[in-house]
Design a protein around this ligand. Structure first.
Ligand SMILES: Nc1ncnc2c1ncn2[C@@H]1O[C@H](COP(=O)(O)OP(=O)(O)OP(=O)(O)O)[C@@H](O)[C@H]1O
Ligand SMILES: [Mg+2]
Length: 244
């Protein structure tokens, strides 16, 4: 069992997705259970739903699950001896892992279970074999990611070069912050950039991370764009009507 740990928006899901996509073909049974924290906010029903999903995705079985406890037994029986690759993404309590893959001994030899979490204590309690901590992005990569979102190219446009470096420094290597602020500043004037920078300067050191500790999965449709604008307004402190 491997644990991946990092703060919200640091790249856990991105990293584990890349690993899963690369290695899933080597396992006959494989499954990726995402958004566990969010789904389980719905209580026991959420856990039961994830147990069902695990059975369906990994074992192609649509067996009924009547309760969490009986679900654990069913999963253990069905997984017995099977070599599997399973990802449990964004786990927020120890019980969630217990309910989904509690008895890792039931899996066949060569199985790999990867658990990601914002809370390193859960991974420690699970006694995973190895904990990988997501590192913050270095300055060069940060500027590149920010530039893709702010300018749609890998480096800043001439007049924005210095401003870009100053803003990137405030993101402290957090991909989510680089993306959100980069998107927000796309196609804006130098004055708007300067005003954003001065807002960032007022946020106490390290707090930018806290303000953006949310999941951000790309802007695929209008609803998401709407939510995104709201987040930007919250973050930048602007009136929503002005930004729209
Ligand atoms: N190495 C990377 N290169 C480029 N973009 C990245 C990288 N890592 C993460 N990102 C981007 O940053 C954003 C946040 O990443 P991700 O969703 O993986 O974070 P997370 O740690 O899973 O957050 P949460 O705890 O909220 O689930 C995503 O939009 C993703 O595309
Ligand atoms: Mg995630």
């Amino acid at each position: 069992m491997i644990g991946i740990w990092g703060m919200g928006g640091s790249g856990k899901t991105t990293t584990v997705t890349a690993i899963y996509n690369q290695f899933q073909c080597k396992f006959e049974n494989h499954g990726f259970i995402e958004n566990i924290r969010e789904v389980c906010n719905g209580g026991v029903k959420g856990i039961k739903q994830l147990q069902k999903q695990l059975l369906a995705d990994v074992l192609k079985s649509n067996e009924k699950i009547y309760g969490t406890a009986s679900g654990i037994t069913t999963l253990e029986k069905r997984f017995m001896g099977k070599r599997a690759l399973i990802v449990l993404d964004d786990v927020s309590t120890f019980d969630q892992v217990e309910a989904l893959c509690g008895n890792s001994k039931c899996f066949g030899a060569g199985s790999v279970l990867i658990v990601t979490s914002r809370d390193v204590n859960i991974l420690k309690k699970l006694e995973v074999d190895y904990i990988y901590s997501i590192k913050e992005m270095n300055e060069i990569k940060s500027l590149e990611l920010f530039s893709w979102h702010a300018f749609r190219q890998p480096n800043p446009k001439g007049e924005f070069s210095e401003l870009s470096s100053s803003i990137v420094a405030y993101c402290k290597g957090l991909p989510l912050a680089l993306e959100i602020i980069g998107c927000f500043l796309h196609d804006r004037t130098v004055q708007e950039w300067e005003s954003t920078l001065s807002t960032l300067e007022k946020i106490p050191d390290g707090q930018v991370h806290k303000k953006l500790r949310i999941s951000y999965d790309g802007l695929k449709n209008d609803t998401e764009k709407d939510i995104f604008l709201d987040i930007c307004c919250f973050f930048i402190g602007e009136d929503r009507a002005y930004v729209s």
